[in-house]
Design a binder for this molecule. Sequence first.
Ligand SMILES: Nc1ncnc2c1ncn2[C@@H]1O[C@H](COP(=O)(O)OP(=O)(O)OP(=O)(O)O)[C@@H](O)[C@H]1O
Ligand SMILES: [Zn+2]
Length: 858
Amino acid sequence: MTQTSALSISAEPEAQSPPGWVRVALDVPVPGLFDYRVDRPVRVGQRVVVPFGRRDLIGVVVDLPAAPALDESKLRDVIRVLDDLTPLPEDWLRLSRFAAEYYQRPLGEVMLPALPGPLRKPSSYDGLRSGDGPIARLDERAGRADAAVAKAAAKEARAAEKAAKAAEKATKAAQKALRSAEKASKAAIKAGQLEGKDAESDATEAAAVPAWVPVDNVVDAPVDIGADGVTGPSVDSPAGLDAPADGAEPAGPDAPADSAEPAGPDAPADRAKPADPDAPVDRANPTDPIDPTGSPIAITRPILGRAQQEAVDALATLEGFKPVLLHGVTGSGKTEVYLHAAERVLAAGRQVLLLVPEINLTPQLEGVLRRRLEATAGKDGVAVLHSGLADGERLSAWLRIVRGQARVLVGTRLALFTPIPNLGLIVVDEEHDPSYKQQEGLRYSARDLAIWRARDLGIPVVLGSATPSLETWQHAESGRYLKLSLPDRAQAAAPPKIRLIDTRQIKLKEGLSPQVLTAVSERLARGEQSLIFLNRRGYAPVLHCDACGWVSGCKRCSAYMVLHRSAPQRGGHARHELRCHHCGWQERVPPACPDCGNQDLQPMGRGTQRLEEHLAELFPTARIARIDADSTRRKGSAHALFSQMHAGEIDILVGTQMVAKGHDFQNLGFVGVLNSDAMLFSHDFRAPERLFSQLMQVAGRAGRSGVASEVFVQTGYPEQPLYQSLVKHDYDGFARYALDERKAAGLPPFAFQALLTAEAPELAQAVGFLAQARAESEDGMLEGADEATRAALARITLYDPVPLRVVRVANVERAQLLVESDHRPALQHFLHEWGARLPALASAARVRWHLEVDPLEI
Ligand SMILES: Nc1ncnc2c1ncn2[C@@H]1O[C@H](COP(=O)(O)OP(=O)(O)OP(=O)(O)O)[C@@H](O)[C@H]1O
Ligand SMILES: [Zn+2]
């Protein structure tokens, strides 16, 4: 085995005659690709089982080199060539290669995690019970299920036939039986066809393009990508924007906070999903008339409003690559526009990818898509992918898209990496949402990669939002993106009236102003729902001692332990406990102050749990519920809560940012916003943008079906321009103001950034490494640098290393170094050269490090 540069891949589709060599991408923390000897024919894009150290791993063949990069005698043999899948397509290889280069990660770290779990674990091919691997097992099971259906139907038909024969002798009653017999045998025929179709799809799986694709619709992808790999999404696409989803680190009591959650490949918000591995969500009966959310979404197609029609018409004329910003106010019916665009693409025989920011939005959309697109996408034509799926569900949905059996893929950011053989349109809903950015490992922006993929395939990409990211807005204003606007709400609904409640003038009771309380009781009396938005989960952000000033700090982190009310124990009361949102540490509430012994420790400030408790006291008859990362931890619970909200079974909903996104609540009349000022003065230059969009979005949940609605925002700074724009629903004004500021300060989207972060037991080590890394860019790199590197270096600024805001997490101290340039290709060039020098420096300094391109949080 040997390492080679990730840059030397070439995607030769031909099979190589054995014996030969394969170059393989592996998901290991070592950069480069690895060569092996193989004695069977292999194609690029196939998966192989290979030995790596003392383990076996599954890797993807990315090249068939004429000669290995290392002495032949040192090469090890491929253990097994997996042929249960057609080779991964070339455009998928290009996308992976681009992502790896752009985000400075090993190719294997992009490719392997993009595959469903069972396809990348050697264990799923090992042992007696593995049979021919997970795909064969899945197909077999599906075949058995279909056969069972057919068998049951046949049995029914036989019974009916018998009945019919008996009936022949009889009179009227017999004729009735005959009719039912006919019906039953029809069902049997249908079931038989189904079985036949499945067998056929197994056969066609071997072909790269599914049988149903008209030949002239086969995507003819441009070949010159990669050539400008270093340009990044620059030319036509924006830098990543926004901040992490639920994931980021909140700092102490002032943290902006429903945050700090272990971030999986898909954000924490992205959890909770009813799942039964053997009954994948996407196999649910597509004709089921009950919407999964229970929300009263119109099944019929509404008549498009004028602006909607114009947008649909404009999208219909698009040919080739074109990024489109669909800027539609909240409740303007953007979904309807996506549906029309999707129908056209499906009718032309192609597939559609629809990205949504979070998992909780998939059931609602899935229901709408199934009903609306069944005619064009076919029965069972919609597949869903997100991190909440069990392995088997994910594999099944993934396969149906890869084989072309499903035509529409709805999913969270990870869905972007699905091989889609005949993709004709990408839609990114709520494109501004921070959840599109992955916060660990491959720190990619699914939105930015969606644009790259669309360009690579020469297809349109639609970015939809009521509050576009400033990056996207800037592109639209400059004419690089086509801008389509939906200025009014659908359903003849007026925008909510937004009012600022000046908290300097009034006395708050448990954080609530009299105005908010009055509004809630009025809505209650009218049978309308209210939402209280507080983006801070837990009971109280900190516990403290009045007597000596002790606060509940985390022993392992430079942050406070948050007071939580845990679920009631069996038969007992709800207990309180302290939890660190950074390291996950939990401990009991001390019976007395650890410093002075005072037994009267007090919670300071409030989170959603405390708010919920207080509202229950104030409105004893109201049905109150809370949606945040804690109340939705169990699989399926978020879905259940949202369904209750949609079904009108909740009067007052308390929620964090989880409730702010995309949900189409039909009976919500009032929204109260608490504590949003914390984000006004954040050190992060993107905080105002995030705050504005969050407030516009949460306000936008109100009055969507025409109820006269109100939004009250409690603030101590009503004169702030951000709030003034909010009251006027003036996104354009806010964007203009914010972009002017960014321009003056030389910040994105007018500059491009990367962030080097170091972690070590002592801050000094981390900072020391960053200082060395910075020095390296000044001395080391200049020595013998070529022309291009010199030119790139001249356009790069490296700032001083600084400790992170929450400097210590789980006893590790962290610091970061910001790199900036006014030129994306220069930054990319620099990062490649510089990044190659960092591992040696880091291992000498004994620090852990990572490099993030287009960071969202600084
Ligand atoms: N032409 C129309 N006539 C009547 N109702 C419509 C029409 N178009 C959309 N609607 C309805 O309006 C509501 C809002 O639509 P949708 O959820 O697509 O808004 P949106 O633009 O995505 O808003 P947000 O950005 O807040 O998520 C939905 O209930 C939808 O069914
Ligand atoms: Zn901690």
